[in-house]
Design a protein around this ligand. Sequence first.
Ligand SMILES: [Zn+2]
Length: 226
Amino acid sequence: MTKYVNQHNADIDYDNYIKNLDRAFSIIPKVQDTGERFVVPEPKLFTEGKTTVFENFATISDKLNRESGHVLKFLLRELGTAGKMEGNRAVFNGRFGIGVVSAIIDGYVQEYILCSECGRPDTHLIKEDRILTLNCDACGAHRPVAKRMAGMIAKEEVLKEGETYDVIIAAVGRKGDGIAKKDKYTIYVPGVIKGDSVKIKIKKITGSIAFSELIEKKSSSQKKSV
Ligand SMILES: [Zn+2]
């Protein structure tokens, strides 16, 4: 039997190691289970005059497995601007940074891609009787996603930069920031967990995306309401 010695000078049971390795391989999901981690690439942006060029837009909407037109519409609505696709790029009127665009894509993923039951991204959208539903291919769950369709933008702006608000953290985004909803706004709150009831101060608003800082944690409800 071959003996291997690790850095702590302890013998490794090679046979057992191989056995464990075999077991590890046997439980790796097969390709069609799409067990791969769902990673959306960072947006590549640059400004050109008064416009922002989203260079890898097509790559990202491919990765999201959604129609680029749908993704674009969402981006424009959240940014509160106009824009269009140019080949594989998208071009927006106005100057926008990576932070804002990433946050919006994050919001898109939460709303139109991730299954709220099992958290998998293997889902598809179905429109039935004018109601858009997110159906999960992994667990079969479905939920409506029609809560923020066009027409809500015209609403009077209720959030103001520098003001404080009480919100409840509805979800946590990919980057770890908490997400709260208030009217048309998606508010990012650092340092919180899902279910927290918090007082926040709005630092910056772009379109319907708002960035905030935590002022006070009022209650942390770890208990699941299901
Ligand atoms: Zn699911």
